[in-house]
Design a protein around this ligand. Structure first.
Ligand code: GDP
Length: 489
């Protein structure tokens, strides 16, 4: 592999960092757990529920170290990285439990340190430090840009935007760039206008649920603290994939900014955060993706393949010879399973497993163990059988958020309703093959409202013995067992 100078510098920086992490880890075993997923996938809720369960002794029967009583205590410790915001756990818990409202979502990276004192299976006392790193999945999808020139990225992005479904969303942007001369002198207003139209197009794609894997640069939709900076003021131009810009041209300016985006945004993220992770959870709002039929599933698959490719980047470097490949476990989790009756939980898992296994075949080897789970970090619904027209339907009960609408009714936030969410097909393959398989998922009330997309309020906690404050969940314990169970043996 050919390295340019900046790659070599980057290698040196990453090695120094890894050496420091490694020597600290000898005295104080630390596991860095990354939590990612696209916007609204459920990261904030997942982390809040996970920390609440670990520190307050949640009901986690499948998480063996806790269930068997070997965890003496788990507590929060000061966040170790001075330059990274702390995950605002206390505020999120208050919102979730006291206000029965969902916390504010992830818009930037944040971190939290949890210390777990436990007894090994042989009886000796040990401590594991768990650093939880929350970051937008949109940023992860920028990593492939490291291997692409501005010209390659431009032509790929343009080709994609000319595809069937996207062309309409890109019309304004296309119209604008068709009037631009890439060779003309650099013009800030042209850069601003095309960056804005390009971002509008990306946003429209996201709202229409097209594959995010194919939508970098991630900061255009999730700018974090960089909103409005020149590193974000560029866009693709219609230029040859192997061409070179004249000095002082618009093209040269765009190319320079693209380069800065990689230097200022993508590389530091890779070095300071991604390359240091030991394990990774990728949360997926698969139910939302199902909303648009088989195309959305293929999009989900390519998004998963794109994500898996990211885990491959950075391998095969000198680093691996010194330290074992970093990320050794990846968990893909379909969130919000509480929107379905439990009959469909295994089926949801099967659909994700199917999508991931095809993505694994397409992606390069990540060197990590991969697992899949359908879960709900905070279960907002209960189950019931509801009889309608003499048919007994497996239904869910929940309190829709104030202002949610269905059947011409606007909910007040205090009324519990029973809904039939529809069922996923038994054979996951069916969803990948036919539009008809989606019909089982159509709304249960037969009038155009899909209750899977009603947003429910978080549950009311009913004290029960000494488990007074545990948050109900679905399979969060299974996720934990896969992610950290083996490190607590
Ligand atoms: P983020 O953008 O990935 O941080 O997503 P959040 O964790 O903020 O979740 C986005 C929204 O999804 C929340 O506001 C909730 O409405 C919903 N949500 C997340 N997790 C769950 C869950 O376990 N059950 C239910 N019913 N809704 C959830």
């Amino acid at each position: 592999m050919a390295f340019d100078f900046s790659d070599m510098m980057e290698e040196a920086r990453i090695s120094a960092r890894a050496l420091k992490d490694f020597s600290e880890g000898l005295f104080n075993p630390t596991l860095r757990l990354g939590i990612t997923g696209l916007s609204r996938a459920g990261k904030t809720v997942f982390i809040t529920a996970l920390i609440h369960g670990l520190t307050r002794g949640g009901r986690f029967p499948v998480f063996e170290p806790l269930a068997s009583g070997r965890i003496a205590r788990a507590y929060l410790a000061p966040q170790p990285d001075d330059a990274v915001p702390r995950f605002d756990y206390e505020r999120h818990v208050r919102t979730l439990i006291d206000e029965r409202a969902w916390p504010n979502s992830t818009v930037d990276i944040s971190e939290l340190r949890l210390v777990i004192d436990y007894q090994r299976q042989n009886g000796t006392e040990r401590t594991l430090t768990l650093d939880i790193v929350d970051y937008p999945g949109e940023w992860l999808l920028d990593l492939p840009l490291l291997n692409k020139s501005y010209e390659q990225w431009s032509s790929e992005s343009l080709a994609l935007s000319r595809g069937n479904a996207r062309a309409a969303l890109a019309a304004d942007w296309h119209a604008y760039i068709s009037g631009l001369d890439a060779q003309a002198p650099a013009d800030e207003q042209a850069a601003l206008a095309s960056a804005k139209l390009f971002t509008d197009y990306l946003r429209a794609c996201r709202d229409e649920r097209f594959a995010m894997s194919l939508l970098p640069p991630g900061r255009f939709l999730m700018p974090g603290n960089l909103a409005g900076s020149p590193a974000l003021t560029f866009a693709p131009l219609d230029v040859p994939g192997d061409g070179n810009p004249p000095d002082g041209s618009l093209w040269a300016m765009m190319r320079r900014r693209y380069q800065s985006y990689k230097d200022v945004v993508v590389r530091p993220f890779f070095r300071d955060h991604f390359a240091r992770l030991d394990r990774q959870v990728v949360l997926v709002d698969a139910l939302a993706a199902f909303n648009s039929g088989p195309n959305a599933l293929f999009d989900l698959e390519s998004a998963l393949a794109g994500i898996l490719d990211c885990f491959h980047i950075g391998r095969g470097t000198i680093l691996n010879a010194l330290f074992r490949p970093k990320i050794d476990r990846i968990l893909f989790a379909a969130t919000k399973a509480d929107h379905l009756h439990h009959i469909s939980h295994d089926r949801l898992e099967a659909v994700l497993r199917r999508a991931v296994s095809r993505a694994v075949m397409r992606a390069e080897d990540t060197g990590a163990t991969i697992d899949v789970v359908a879960l709900s970090a905070v279960r907002a619904t209960r189950e019931a059988q509801v009889t309608r027209s003499r048919e007994s339907l497996p239904s869910i009960l929940g309190t829709p958020i104030a202002g949610e609408k269905a059947d011409g009714e606007t909910f007040d936030g205090n009324t519990e309703v029973a809904t039939f969410p529809g069922e996923l097909p038994e054979d996951p393959q069916a969803l990948f093959e036919s539009e008809a398989a989606f019909s089982g998922l159509a709304n249960g009330q037969g009038n155009g409202t899909d209750f899977r997309f009603l947003r429910f309020r978080p549950p009311r906690l009913t004290p029960e013995g000494d488990n007074a404050a545990s948050l109900p969940h679905i399979r969060l314990d299974r996720a934990l067992q896969f992610l950290i169970g083996d490190r607590l043996q």
